[in-house]
Design a binder for this molecule. Sequence first.
Ligand code: UGA
Length: 440
Amino acid sequence: MAMIAYKCPQYRVTVVDINPTRIAQWNSDDLPVYEPGLEEIVKASRGKNLFFSTEIEKGIKECDIIFVSVNTPTKTFGSGVGMSADLQYWDKTAKQIRQFAESDKIIVEKSTLPVKTALAMERILTATNNGVHFEVLSNPEFLAEGTGIKDLEDPDRILIGSRETPSGLKARDSLVEVYANWVPRDRIITSNIWSSELSKLVANAFLAQRISSINSISALCEKTDADITEVARAVGMDRRLGNKFLNASVGFGGSCFKKDILNLVYLCRHYGLEEVADYWQGVVNINEYQKERVITNMLSTMFNTLAGKRICLFGFAFKANTGDTRESPAVTISKRLIEEKAELVITDPKALDNTKMDLDSIEGNISYIEDPHEASAGCDAIAVMTEWGVYADLDFEMIYRSMAKPAFIFDGRNILDHKRLFDIGFNVFPIGKPPLTHFK
Ligand code: UGA
């Protein structure tokens, strides 16, 4: 919404939320989300044509287009528990819109939703005949965290799904006009509403599948002395495959991939497509396997016991350039390390507040130190969880001197200079590459 306000000074954009603390943060100097470039565009438009408010009723009454971006987490109860999307917030919002709307509205699904949600939305909105016409569009968001502003400014595509009725097509054209203020027309694509809803789930499933594919091969590389970076390079140079999203890692995280794939799996099972469901479930299974592999590798390398050993986690965010820790592989890995009775020191440039909340209920010896040099002092091992650029430029000579010996580095993102670390004295265990150790 900040980007629309920034690019389209002729529109008035109001963001409403039920959470007054969040809205106050959006109205303050300290925004509740860390995203490079966001602060600048919010500050450029706020108070001019971008407003943050808790006045939901007023917002609904005044606006012509309503983007619904409520959360749709995986269900934690009842039918479809752990798999399907929890649509209770979505349902409530639809009812609120119906209650307060006094003029025709275009309702845009921005949240990622199961296919056919628009139908449910339409049914709720038209359940009381109050003379107001609602047109529901699907306009999924494809931005990635950390690069969100760039992705919004220069998107690969904007997708708008609509009903193929005259009023559906008219509403679709209105939304095309909004994006056409800054996105080239050939990158604004339209489709039927169900294709649009499904495309969002499929795009995330394909991206996650690539990571699970490369991570599964990283396990094979470790058994065969092949090097995953060399394999990824050779494979990615095939233009049909492309070289993006082929970085082996401790596993994918984030609030979307797992949730969306489970949602897809649930949908397939609902329609009796068991083989298709199993195929996509495999992507999630490999991701869980990869996280567990990190632990078993650490255990076997560090002489089959981690009890009482101090392990420093470099990074906790699910990826670099964000403070977001939702579904971060570091969450699972930390819990497993604590089960093994290791002591944890966690460092991250942006995510320590969220990390503390994530691990709040865990009983164990965990400390949080922002400076990685200080955090690693006295530790037996460093494990890189997040690919923050700063970790490549640390004073590893000093770090090595301050650590217990033998000193281990597990590079779960393959971002460090392994040869150099080995020469300093570390025993180095990358992902999907032969380890460099000083053991005979
Ligand atoms: C993802 C998609 O990339 C976006 O297109 C989508 O809009 C978004 O989900 C969403 O549905 O909201 P995001 O989760 O922000 O974006 O981040 P990604 O860059 O996709 O990374 C996801 C995870 O995969 C991270 O943990 C990252 O470290 C990991 N990853 C990524 C790898 O392990 N290897 C790679 O080569 C790339």
